[in-house]
Design a protein around this ligand. Structure first.
Ligand code: AMP
Ligand code: GLY
Length: 419
């Protein structure tokens, strides 16, 4: 079967890496992909060009398209493909709304009694100002743009003053355009943040091993929020009873709730959760695989990923059972100085040839020119491995990282070490 994977980051490299192990895969195309993806054909179509992507799939006999990032999902890529009878893995536009609109997600959770932080929705600055000044949600308080903002639309504000600045940016200065038409103002939840992922066909749920992202830029979990600086799997903070609770109180009601509301959800449902004293609460839903969680997760998957994604695209995953390596995995992101803010590109990367076989490299932001790799993104590389235990996996990865060099390279040295 010929596959098309959409996206260009470490997550997509991990998907390509895993899918290429399937005996049923004949060829993999990636649009647009990155310089480090081996054995695939890159296609020069951007992820938002959903009609061109469907044209490509049609013209090239693609048997299954796998969508990595949220942007094409938000634009209805799955609807477009299905309309043309093309097989595609991911939720339709109505389902993607769970990630695309924070207001929809919060009100959906309220309707279905899914635990989340108390909140209000405002559609004008003055109402937001009133809520913030009333102290209704205490301090700190969280201000979130309704729409997609490349992961930068949420502000954890230590004071009313900070919250008003965030509100002003979103609603008056409109730094994220329409994404700030509506804003969620919510209570801050203190606790541990974890990622929880399942695959569903709208009724059946296939569990995926747990994982833990590290979102802050610097060691000790400080600094600005990033897309993720590293991940481990399993998540050490989720035992069997918490797992069951999350399934029963969050995932099952979400999947059923979407069905009840005529938004049958097929694809990856990823809940960003805060483990608070009185239980897990949802910070956000995503409708796709996490990055870098996917890199850590897929390293542990023994089964053929194509079976799962194909069954998902066919709308029935009830026959799929996944086998997992019980050993833990660690994935560390090597980033460009300045990320998640401004950073330089085009720095030569050295040392990739010196790694041992048990280190898997997932490229996130690289280009390949004249036999050399160069940086082309904020997150540049992921180095990942599985170990007998977490410490061994971590040591392996960090030893390998010492061999890699590029100008301005930085990474967290405490992935998987707890705070
Ligand atoms: P979101 O865009 O909703 O995923 O939020 C981005 C990040 O802000 C999350 O990953 C959390 O680290 C933090 N955050 C969001 N909402 C809250 C909240 N209610 N309480 C504490 N931290 C939050
Ligand atoms: N690692 C966080 C995300 O994928 O949204």
């Amino acid at each position: 079967m010929k596959l098309l994977v959409i996206g260009s980051g470490g997550r997509e490299h991990a998907l390509v890496w895993k899918l290429s192990q399937s005996s049923r895969v004949e060829k993999i195309y990636v649009a647009p992909g990155n310089g480090g993806m081996e054995g695939v054909e890159r296609v020069d179509i951007k992820t938002h060009e959903i009609v061109a992507l469907a044209d490509f799939a049609e013209a090239n006999g693609i048997g299954l398209t796998v969508v990595g990032p949220e942007l094409p999902l938000s634009l209805g890529i799955v609807d477009e493909f299905k309309r043309r009878g093309l097989k595609v893995f991911g939720p339709e536009k109505l389902g993607a709304e769970l990630e695309v609109s924070k207001v929809f997600a919060k009100e959906f959770m309220r309707r279905h009694n899914i635990p989340t932080a108390d909140f209000s929705v405002v559609t004008d600055y003055v109402s937001g100002e009133e809520i913030i000044k009333s102290g209704k949600y205490g301090n700190p308080v969280v201000v979130k743009a309704d729409g997609l903002a490349r992961g930068k639309g949420s502000f954890v504000c230590k004071s009313d003053k900070e919250a008003l600045i965030a509100l002003d940016y979103l609603m008056n200065k409109r730094i994220f355009g329409n994404a700030g038409d509506s804003v969620v103002i919510e209570r801050f939840l203190p606790g541990r943040e974890i990622s929880f992922t399942v695959v569903t066909d709208g009724s059946w749920i296939v569990p995926i091993v747990t994982s833990l992202d590290h979102k802050k830029a610097y060691d000790g979990d400080v600094g600005p929020n990033t897309g993720g600086m590293g991940a481990i799997s399993p998540c050490p903070y989720v035992d069997a009873s918490l797992y069951k609770k999350i399934m029963n109180e969050i995932i099952r009601p979400a999947v059923d709730g979407m069905m009840e509301e005529g938004r049958k959800f097929t694809g990856v449902l990823y809940a960003g959760l805060m483990l608070v004293e009185d239980g897990p609460k949802v910070l956000e839903f995503n409708v796709r695989f996490g990055d870098p969680e996917t890199e850590a997760i897929l390293l542990r998957l023994k089964s053929d990923l194509l079976d799962l994604l194909e069954a998902g695209a066919n709308g029935d995953i009830s026959g799929v059972k996944l086998d997992w390596n019980t050993k833990p995995s660690v994935d560390v992101v090597l980033a460009s100085e300045g990320y998640p803010g401004k950073y330089k590109k085009g720095k030569e990367i050295a040392g990739l040839d010196n790694l041992t076989e048990d280190i898997i490299v997932f490229h996130a932001g690289t280009e390949f020119r004249d036999g050399k790799f160069y940086t082309s993104g904020g997150r540049v590389l992921n180095l990942a491995s599985v170990g007998e235990d977490l410490t061994q996996a971590r040591n392996k990865v960090y030893r390998a990282i010492e061999k890699i060099k590029f100008d301005g390279m930085y990474y967290r040295k405490d992935i998987g070490m707890g705070k």
